[in-house]
Structure formats: C-alpha cells, structure tokens
Design a binder for this molecule. Structure first.
Ligand SMILES: NC(=O)c1ccc[n+]([C@@H]2O[C@H](COP(=O)([O-])OP(=O)(O)OC[C@H]3O[C@@H](n4cnc5c(N)ncnc54)[C@H](O)[C@@H]3O)[C@@H](O)[C@H]2O)c1
Length: 371
C-alpha cells in the first residue's frame, strides 16, 4: 500500500503520525511510505532519519495527499486540507467528529474512508488510541502543578515532596482512571501525600492494592471533597463520564476554602472541566488566577511534549496501521472488531451512530461496507 504522512498544520501541533521506526516496519512488509518534508521536525525526527528507514520525502502536502492510498495523521484535517482528500482514500487519524459539523460534512463530501483513532475500541470498552495521551497528560499534570506551586510563579511556595523534617505537599486527585492513576504515580514518586477520589469502588480497591503507601483512596462525594480542599496544595481534575460533560466537583464557592496559592490542574477541561471556574487555556498562556487560586487548564497538554507524545501515540497506532496496510481497510475491519469501531464515515455515509445523531444525519450501519 502507498502510505502518506503529511506535516501537521494545525496551530501548535508538533506531533507526527509515524516515526522512522514505524516506516521501517511498514517497509519490511513491502509498503511504500511518503513523508512530507520536515513533517517529523517538531518531534525530533529529521528527513534523513525517515529516508534512512526507507521512506521517500515529498516537498508539498499536495504531493502526499495526491499519491497516498492511506493518509496517517495526528489531528483532524483542517479546511485547507479538505480539497486535497481523494475519493476512497483511507484517513487514519483523530477526528472528534461530534465536535465539528463542518468537518463531518466535509468528510462526507470527500467520499473518503475515515477511521478515527478516538473510537477504536477494545472488547472491554477501553479506547487504546486515547489512553497514551491520557497517560502523558496525567504525568504532566504533576510536573506542571509542582512548577506552579513555586512562589515566583504565584504558587504557595511548597515543594511537593517536602524534605526530612518538613511535611510533603498534599495532592488531591479527582478521578482514578488513566489520567488520575498516572498523576498519582508521579506525585507519589516525588514523595507527596496523595489522595485519589473516585466513584467506582472496584477501581478504588484496585488502586489501593497497587499504589505505594503515600497514596490513599477515598469515595468521591461533596462531603469528602469539602473536608479535603482546605488542606490541599495541588488538586488535579481527572474525571470522565463517557460521552458527557464533566460534573463540577469543585464549585466556585469552594475556592474560598482553599489556601492562597493552591494550584488546580483541570485535565478534564476538554470535556468542560470538573472545576466550575475552569476555562480552556493554551501553552502560551497556561494559567489564570481566581481568589488567589491558580488554574492550569490547557486543553492539549501532550502538545507541550511532542517527542514523548509522538512515540506514545505511534506505539499504539502502529499495530493497527500495519493491519490496515497489509489487508486493506475492508478485510482489516472485518477481521478486527476494534478497528471496525473506528470507522466513522465511509464513502459519503456516516457509519458511527453518535456522529449521525449529533448532526441529525442519516446513519448507515458499517456492516453494509464490510460484506
Ligand atoms: N487536557 C488534556 O490535554 C487531556 C489529555 C488527555 C485526556 N484528557 C481528559 O482527561 C479526562 C480523564 O481521562 P481518563 O483517560 O483518565 O478517563 P478514564 O475514563 O480513564 O477515567 C475517568 C475516571 O473518572 C471517574 N469518575 C467519574 N465521575 C466521577 C466523580 N464524580 N468523582 C470522581 N471520579 C469520577 C471514573 O470512575 C473513572 O475512573 C478526560 O476528560 C480526557 O478527555 C485531557
């Protein structure tokens, strides 16, 4: 198969969909890979590295879309790319269709096959191509929180781990899923006094078993949250209710109960945030302060560490990309239900029910195309 890797052109996006290691794997199986010049630069991969691994580089984005049977990307195509997409071309990338009617209609018009990273789903309901970015964001939440707790950055002036003779900082983590678990591990490793709150008792049991002694688990409810916030130095928002807006576990009035210089990192900002006063920020202006409480609410946290994020993402996408390239999308999806669930739009028809519902578009079951 001919595979194209365009350079990401969305604002501040430095990740790339395939590493030189991925090129080598695809090449070994007889596929041809065309990478747009400088596509890997933001993630530390030079054109020479891609060429050495067996890819060819092409100067312009039009060339890549023009030659490829499968396009692998990171972010959804933006408007200037719509016209480059060919009928029947396979696009394997994040789309997040339900948040953009314009994108959905454009992909329907293009006649392409859109296989979305975010809806590839395992039998246990987990989303293998979203997990790596949650892992990055969870770990980063503590790194950022520790930084903004420093006095010159307006924080309380507390070192997360304390020192011998001085108690460590108290870290509260709301939600013990992928983000919360990774955040807890990082905070615990630095020596902080960590509490994870979740509604799911089995999850709390699991976390209590695997976490070190400086991590406590607690049932998530308003009473417990109100008890803990006056003592917390860093609070991480990491809740998710699938397909819904995040609940506001920290309300506006609770800020008054917090110490001045407390840091809130609301990772759940992309689902509206679980802190009522959260509004999305960017890496250029990551924080704002309300009632002496620092709010860090960057919506694309992994974007700040593109090298790590690219490797984490491509570790997860490559096994699926190999199946798509080896078998073509129809056979690959027939033989692997996880991949089939990634299909959102096929040749002008919406085959993912939630996307069809979001914009009142006719839904066509994907099976029609997999016969
Ligand atoms: N800002 C970013 O850059 C970024 C990056 C990656 C992920 N995220 C977001 O982070 C959020 C968390 O993602 P995840 O992968 O950890 O999800 P997850 O599904 O693995 O975990 C969510 C957890 O929240 C718990 N929960 C639900 N309601 C709760 C409540 N009322 N109190 C306490 N816990 C509750 C669930 O039981 C679950 O354990 C999502 O909104 C995700 O989109 C943001």
């Amino acid at each position: 198969m001919i595979i194209g890797i365009p350079k990401e052109i969305k604002d501040n996006e430095n990740r790339v969909a395939l590493t030189p290691a991925g090129v080598k794997e695809l090449k070994k199986r007889g596929h041809d890979i065309y990478v747009q010049a400088s596509a890997g630069e933001g993630s530390g991969f030079t054109d020479e590295m891609y060429i050495k691994a067996g890819a060819k580089t092409l100067p312009a984005i039009q060339d890549v879309y023009g030659i490829a049977e499968m396009i692998m990307k990171v972010k959804e195509p933006i408007e200037s790319e719509y016209g480059l997409i060919k009928k029947n071309q396979l696009l394997f990338t994040y789309f997040h269709f339900a948040s953009s009617e314009q994108l959905t209609l454009a992909m329907i018009d293009s006649g392409s096959v859109c296989l979305a990273y975010e809806t590839v789903e395992k039998a246990d309901g987990s989303l293998p191509l979203l997990i790596p970015m949650s892992e990055v964001a969870g770990r980063m939440a503590i790194q950022q929180g520790a930084k903004y707790l420093e006095k010159p950055l307006k924080g309380r002036g507390v070192l997360l781990g304390g020192v011998p003779g001085v108690t460590p900082a108290k870290v509260l983590i709301l939600g013990g899923g992928v983000v919360g678990t990774q955040a807890a591990k990082m905070a615990a490793g630095l020596g902080a006094d960590v509490t994870i709150l979740d509604l799911n008792l089995s999850r709390l049991r699991y976390l209590a078993d695997i976490m070190p002694a400086n991590v406590n688990t607690l049932m998530s409810n308003e009473y417990n949250i109100r008890e803990l916030i006056p003592h917390a130095h860093l609070i991480v928002g990491a809740v998710l209710i699938h397909g819904a807006k995040a609940p506001h576990l920290i309300t506006r009035d609770m800020l008054k109960e917090m110490k001045s210089g407390t840091v809130l990192v609301d990772v759940a900002v992309d689902q509206g945030g679980c802190i009522e006063t959260c509004k999305p920020t960017t890496h250029q202006n990551p924080i704002y302060i309300i009632d002496d409480v620092i709010h860090y609410c960057v919506a694309n946290m992994p974007g700040a560490v593109p090298y790590t994020s690219t490797l984490a993402l491509t570790n997860a996408t490559l096994p699926y990309a190999l199946q798509l390239a080896d078998k073509d999308w129809v056979r690959a999806c027939k033989e692997n239900r996880e991949l089939a669930l990634g299909l959102n739009v096929i040749q002008g028809e919406v085959v993912y029910e939630a996307v069809a519902d979001a914009f009142d578009i006719k839904f066509t079951p994907m099976e029609k195309f997999l016969e």
